[in-house]
Design a protein around this ligand. Structure first.
Ligand code: RM4
Ligand code: MN
Length: 392
């Protein structure tokens, strides 16, 4: 294990500037299609979800925004919700749309063969932009469950035209400083084809729409073996990587904690982020978690995830770029690989503890949260009412 003598101040500055956005839905109950196991103290409304997210920010210091999912986080007064977030030391972030939980969407939403259903889906997306106006959010995240299960079921090409038309209406409604971020996924819930299966399709639509349209890369939305860091490099090259949805997977879209299944992959992704300038201020790349904590406690699960992102980022920042370039240009295969592995093999935990102390935080966020008694308090206080979960 490599140790660091004296990390450059620029490494510490980049780590201090890193921001990770939290998903409101990670704090509600979730499960598989077999069973949802409820946990004590789970939030019953968006206000309680934000209070929980604020705990993650309190102990990590790098997670100051919370993404909402509409209609799961529907409230009467979004300005009041934004104020509530501010009172808890966080702000509202990306607005996630939901065009996959209405009976009308069985055959799709914005790509549906029936114009009435497409209009309904587009109206929902426009409503999401209205909400962004009230919350001050920058990004509208679009993920569509659209696709088909059987060859011939619908016209694949026609569905692309419907998608383009629907996206155009939403894009034209965006205000200054607002963006549309389009997420791809290669399967599920549709199994024969999905309408935005890959980064190429997402990019084609974003390029046609204009500069306010960017691609979202959800790390769980690729076929096994996909070189995700290549996609990161390519999207950064063309300036169209809008956001990450971080999570990790062993098999499908597992939505497990980021960096848990494959910390080396997360490091390689963050290395391309460093290389492509994604960590620089104003890069416009949003680092978001999109996870579910089905069997582990939710707030500590989010804290652990944020720490995993920090660790991978710290290692990526420690890559000796001068040595790497020299080895690469000399065709020194093993030397170049060794430079990368030296950074990956560094134990960055002491460095991150030091960073937290310098930010006025406890060096160990998980221990500090456990000591705080918050988990016991919400378990005692939040009795009665309906716990939040998918569809609530
Ligand atoms: C989807 C996709 C979206 C997320 C929903 C909950 O699979 O990853 O980003 O909002 O799940
Ligand atoms: Mn996602």
């Amino acid at each position: 294990m490599q140790t660091i003598a004296q990390p450059a101040e620029s490494v510490m500055a980049s780590l201090r500037a890193l921001r990770v956005e939290l998903p409101s839905w990670a704090f509600g109950n979730s499960g598989t299609r077999f069973k949802v196991f409820p946990q004590a103290g789970v939030p019953r409304d968006p206000y309680e979800k934000i209070a929980d997210a604020a705990q993650v920010q309190r102990y990590t210091g790098v997670a100051p925004t919370v993404a909402l999912h509409i209609p799961w986080d529907k409230v009467d007064d979004y300005t009041a919700l934004a104020r509530h977030a501010g009172d808890h030391g966080v702000a509202l972030g990306t607005i996630n749309s939901n065009t996959f939980q209405d009976n009308d969407y069985m055959l799709g939403s914005v790509c549906h063969p029936d114009a009435r259903v497409r209009r309904k889906a587009v109206d929902h997306l426009l409503e999401c932009v209205d909400i962004m106006d009230a919350t001050g959010s920058r990004d509208l995240k679009l993920w569509f469950a659209d696709g088909t299960n059987y060859p011939g079921q619908d016209d694949i090409r026609g569905r692309q035209e419907r998608l383009a038309e629907s996206l155009r209406i939403v894009y034209d409604r965006l205000g200054d400083g607002q963006r549309l971020v389009l997420e791809y996924k290669f399967f599920e819930p549709a199994f024969y084809h999905t309408d935005v299966p890959d980064w190429g399709t997402a990019l084609v639509h974003c390029l046609a729409l204009g500069e306010k349209a960017m691609v979202v890369l959800d790390t769980g939305h690729h076929a096994p073996g996909t070189n995700i860091e290549f996609i990161v490099a390519q999207l950064l090259r063309v300036g169209r990587l809008g956001a990450f949805d971080f999570n990790s997977r062993f098999y499908a879209d597992d939505d497990l904690m980021v960096g848990a299944a494959d910390p080396f992959q997360l490091f390689r992704i963050m290395h391309e982020c460093v290389r492509g300038g994604a960590l620089e201020p104003g890069s416009g790349v949003q680092f978001m978690l999109d996870q579910c904590h089905n069997i582990e406690p939710k707030i500590p699960g989010q804290i652990r995830s944020v720490m995993n992102v920090q660790e991978a980022t710290a290692k990526a920042l420690l890559v000796d770029h001068a040595a790497l370039t020299t080895a690469q240009r000399a065709g020194d295969v093993l030397g170049a690989n060794a430079v990368l592995m030296d950074a990956y093999d560094t134990d960055v935990r002491p460095l991150l503890a030091e960073l937290r102390t310098s930010m006025g935080l406890e060096p160990d966020p998980r221990a500090a949260y456990a000591r705080s008694g918050y988990a016991e308090r919400i378990a005692a206080e939040r009795v009665g009412g309906n716990q939040a979960g998918w569809g609530a």
